[in-house]
Ligand binder design. Structure first.
Ligand code: SF4
Length: 424
């Protein structure tokens, strides 16, 4: 493995679709070298030797700090700042820091694992976590490495101050298969033990079973074992997703591994991904021909069986408009059930999802608006039905019916009773 340290010009990625998050790619390239890795896709213009030449943004902590300072935030948790802050009590420090809404710092990216082996030596991720703590920001981490345990004390401190979540991607329970597809990451057992440890420490932690690899990872044996292990480790959530193979390096690398270790499946994969979709999606006609299961539905139903959430419980950052984000979260859930699970209407699900994104970005509190104002928002009629119902009752009958929840996944009743007078 060759590590090339460099001073990066940029680090932070933001998106209108996820306005209360920022994303960081601290490294370029990933020594874990998973055969299905989307980071290898040509669209990211990564260097050829993606898995052996790791480019490390050694100034990532400085770039993050600069970004937070530019937004007006202060290092209120830092012990020594050599500024007037040092003479202020914690409560006062919080008050003079920016009133700008906070956001979640997602310490992971699509072109690297932030706890890959280079991190053991360079400790850039650890320094980034320290900046998040100093500036009192919540974090989300996603990794395939038990090296994250090295930073557990710091992650605990962040969690006590604001919020921290550690998610793992886990795909295969069989150690032999896991080594074939993820040759350099921590083993599945190591990841599960790390998950358990975080849960024991009271930290939110769960698992992405992505990708569920057709004919290999979608077997009952694999999924039942994984779900049982997740239950035993007290995973807070699990989310499953399918395999995408984008034309170019992503698909070629995967097929090379199939050819070497499962040659009998090569012809099937060739057929399944012969459409060369730019998004890497399999061809649905072929999917149906082989009676493959929908990995999202399969995971959703198993999550019910094992009593694990099939969603990440939402953390709402300080300074954001709580009402809007809570309603937006419910809308996203409705869209997910309507579109992905019950396949009632893709169009309606799409419109509800878009309304949720709109609401996430909206700068006025919807529960304080006049009824007419709410109705003038650019949403479809059927979307309003859900929003108005939530505003008036604090509940979503769709969600209760479909998920058999007696209450939503967060408590919204309080503010509705407080603000109901503004609803005319
Ligand atoms: S750990 Fe993630 S980023 Fe690294 S090779 Fe595997 S899938 Fe790609």
């Amino acid at each position: 493995m060759l590590i090339e340290k460099y001073q990066a010009k940029s680090l932070i990625r933001t998106s209108k679709r996820s306005p209360h998050h920022i994303h960081l790619n601290i490294y370029q390239g990933c020594f874990h070298n998973c055969s299905y890795c989307d980071g290898k896709s040509d669209e990211y213009f990564m260097h050829d030797d993606y898995s052996n030449k790791i480019r490390a943004k050694i100034n990532a902590p400085d770039l993050l700090e600069e970004y937070l300072i530019n937004k007006g935030f202060l290092p209120i948790n830092r012990e020594k700042t050599n500024t007037l802050l040092d003479f202020m009590p914690q409560s006062k420090r919080k008050k003079i820091s920016s009133n700008n809404p906070k956001f979640i710092i997602n310490i992971f990216g699509n072109i690297c694992d932030v706890y890959q082996p280079a991190e053991a030596e360079l400790e850039i991720t650890k320094k980034v976590l320290q900046i998040a703590y100093d500036y009192s920001f919540p974090v989300r981490i996603l990794t395939k490495s038990a090296l994250v345990l090295r930073d557990i004390d710091l992650i605990k401190k962040i969690n006590q101050d604001t919020f921290a979540r550690v998610a793992f991607t886990i795909t295969l329970s069989d150690p032999h298969e896991q080594l074939i597809f993820e040759p350099n990451s921590s083993s599945t057992n190591e990841r599960l033990s790390a998950l358990k440890k975080f849960r024991e420490e009271g930290i939110s932690a769960g698992v992405y079973i992505t990708p569920v690899i057709p004919w290999i990872g979608d077997t009952n044996t694999n999924l039942i074992e994984l779900f049982q292990q997740l239950k035993d480790a007290k995973a807070e959530f699990v989310i499953t997703g399918g395999l995408t193979l984008k034309p170019g390096r992503n698909k070629e690398d995967f097929l090379k591994i199939i050819d070497e270790y499962h040659p009998e499946l090569l012809v099937l994969y060739d057929e399944l991904y012969r459409n060369n979709s730019i998004y890497g999606q399999p061809e649905m006609k072929i999917w149906e021909k082989y009676k493959l299961q929908n990995p999202i539905k399969q995971g959703y139903h198993m999550s019910k069986e094992y009593g694990i959430n099939f969603y990440e419980p939402r953390y709402i950052p300080e300074g954001t408009i709580r009402t809007n984000l809570e309603i937006a979260t419910v809308l996203s859930r409705i869209a997910f059930l309507m579109g992905e699970i019950y396949e009632e209407s893709w169009q309606k699900a799409f419109e509800i999802r878009e309304a949720a994104i709109e609401l996430e970005n909206y700068s006025s509190d919807i529960s304080l608006m006049q009824f007419e104002e709410i109705l003038s928002l650019p949403f479809e009629k059927h979307v309003f039905r859900h929003i108005i119902e939530m505003l008036q009752t604090g509940k979503s009958s769709y969600l209760i019916k479909k998920e058999d929840y007696s209450q939503l996944f967060f408590k919204i009743d309080d503010f509705f009773s407080k603000n109901s007078s503004s609803l005319r």
